[in-house]
Design a protein around this ligand. Structure first.
Ligand code: SF4
Length: 378
């Protein structure tokens, strides 16, 4: 397996991550929402203080690329005026909360409760996250989250630990409080070892919440994640490899408030027709939706090769319903889950993994980029 450096913490705005193209500044919009003013302000700040490239993360965050040590303070000042900056890195890191983009008013209130409770929560491992998947139907069961708020098939709320099929019933009023109690339980059970730990790993070791946190209710059946298109709340639009420019964000901000999603798409609130703008992915059958590719070289310091040109070239060869993941190293940032075909850069070509993850053992090694062709592989 190709080695990679494991980051035990998640970068934020106040604690940016160094990358091959400068600092990456991650913004966590509250409850995954951006007002039109905030979106416009981010676009202007990204162009002024960074490279103008903005990544959409699989946790519903925005990442501004190409920021420098010199421009970072002014960027934070601008973002603080937009109410997008937490008071300190600890508060920022604790607010690891992913909210469904199809949230109703009740979910929005619960999200605000969670955000408040998380400022008082015990210190949890860097990647430990909360998911509010409480829209009309559960859509985010494929999205990692250690403590999950979901609905049962009667619309009731349940709190579920990742790794367990059942959850504990909760109410809108006590959901945040019970979620924090579950986090305390995770810590008390020894869920953190050497500063790291995930709920699924603790559950796999046999630990089970008890009392009011005991799992006893099944979540409603999962629905497939949505593709680009119109939704009751507005227009869901995608971008090549989940990356957009400051100019595109500025344009979209003129159409309405935005909601972040874990599918690297944005929901433009209130639209009744898809925006006819170049550079948007507006249909589910766009071949670029079948490929995933991380930043790769030169943007990522750990990358062993460029990824997106290869993914773009091969996209049309990926049959509908199948997926190709091109990864700059075995860490597999763009797609932690399995894909039908994975190509991992090693520095001496690409390793091929069939139906697996970027870190899995490859079936073939050292494939040359220029002659790489999917015919016969997929
Ligand atoms: S998977 Fe891609 S983005 Fe992630 S560390 Fe490796 S090269 Fe960088």
């Amino acid at each position: 397996m190709t080695g990679f450096a494991i980051q035990g913490w998640c970068p934020g705005a106040l604690r940016p991550m160094q990358s091959g193209d400068g600092l990456v500044v991650r913004i966590r919009p509250r409850a995954g929402r951006l007002s039109a003013d905030q979106a416009r302000g981010i676009a202007q700040a990204a162009a002024q203080h960074g490279s103008g490239l903005i990544d959409l993360s699989a946790r519903g965050n925005l990442q501004l690329r190409g920021v420098t040590e010199a421009s970072h303070p002014a960027l934070i000042d601008d973002l603080r005026k937009l109410d997008l900056i937490d008071p300190d890195p600890r508060t920022e890191a604790a607010r690891n909360l992913l909210v469904t983009p199809f949230a109703d008013a009740q979910t929005e209130e619960i999200a605000a409760d969670f955000a408040r409770a998380l400022t008082r929560a015990p210190v949890l491992p860097g990647k430990f996250g909360f998911v509010l998947d409480t829209g009309p139907a559960p859509l985010m069961q494929d999205i990692a989250g250690d403590i999950r708020l979901e609905r049962d098939d009667q619309g009731g709320l349940l709190l579920r630990s990742e790794g367990l099929p059942l959850g504990a019933p909760v109410t809108a009023e006590n959901a945040a409080q019970q979620a924090m109690a579950l986090a305390e339980w995770f810590l008390a059970q020894g869920g953190v070892q050497d500063g790291r730990g995930r709920m699924a790993a603790l559950i796999a070791r046999g630990a089970r919440p008890e009392g009011s946190l005991a799992p006893r209710v099944a979540p409603a059946p999962a629905q497939p994640a949505p593709g680009p298109g119109l939704q009751p709340q507005g227009a869901l639009v995608g971008f090549d490899f989940g990356q957009l420019t400051a100019k595109m964000l500025f344009t979209l901000s003129g159409l309405g408030p935005l909601r972040l999603t874990p599918w690297r798409m944005l929901l433009v609130e209130g639209l009744k027709a898809l925006p006819d703008l170049p550079g948007l992915i507006l249909t589910a059958d766009n071949p670029l939706r079948r490929v995933q590719a991380c930043t790769g070289a030169p943007g990522c310091l750990q990358a062993r090769a460029a990824t997106r040109p290869l993914a773009r070239r091969l996209a049309a060869q990926v049959p509908p319903g199948q997926t190709l993941h091109v990864s700059g190293c075995a860490k597999g940032c763009a797609h932690p889950g399995p894909a039908d075909l994975v190509l991992v850069a090693t520095g001496t070509g690409f390793d091929l993994i069939v139906q697996g993850r970027a870190g899995d053992a490859p079936q073939r090694r050292g494939l040359g980029e220029t002659e790489l062709d999917l015919k016969g592989l997929i």
